[in-house]
Design a protein around this ligand. Sequence first.
Ligand code: ZN
Ligand code: ZN
Length: 172
Amino acid sequence: MYLTYICPRCEQTNQSGDVADVDGLECSACGWSRPFADHLDLKQGGLSECLRCGNTDLWRQKNFPQWLGLTFVALGAITSSIAWAYHRPVWALGILMGFALLDMVLYLVMPDVLVCYRCRTKHHRADVSQHGAFDHELGERYRQEKIRLEQAQQPTLPKSPSPTESESLPRS
Ligand SMILES: [Zn+2]
Ligand SMILES: [Zn+2]
């Protein structure tokens, strides 16, 4: 298993080594590190909590990049409309179906990843059997929590001093 995560200190995206070989996470940019908790048996592959933040809510998803799916849709639409323009309706249909099939096959062979609701760390090659798909209600709760945290961390801006009489045009 290995992780793709965003460093909490410098926000650099990092990829960890195989978690069976390393003791923890370390950011390559700023040196931030976090050791893995002792109670986790990482060699087993099963995962009960996020290795980056310790959160127990994780969802499983296909590691299928959205841009790839969109590229297929676009390519299929363009090539099939070219075939259509040359009066080849069977070709046009065949091309569309071919791309849809390719999309489906790729989706099926793509591995699952476990994603943390709180920090969005992706756990690759983990045992995903204990986890469900993305829950929108739960996702929304974490989104709200994040907003609240960000607001709490934001220093209250000091009020800009209003210009006083003396600061305006110097009197001669
Ligand atoms: Zn960092
Ligand atoms: Zn996390």
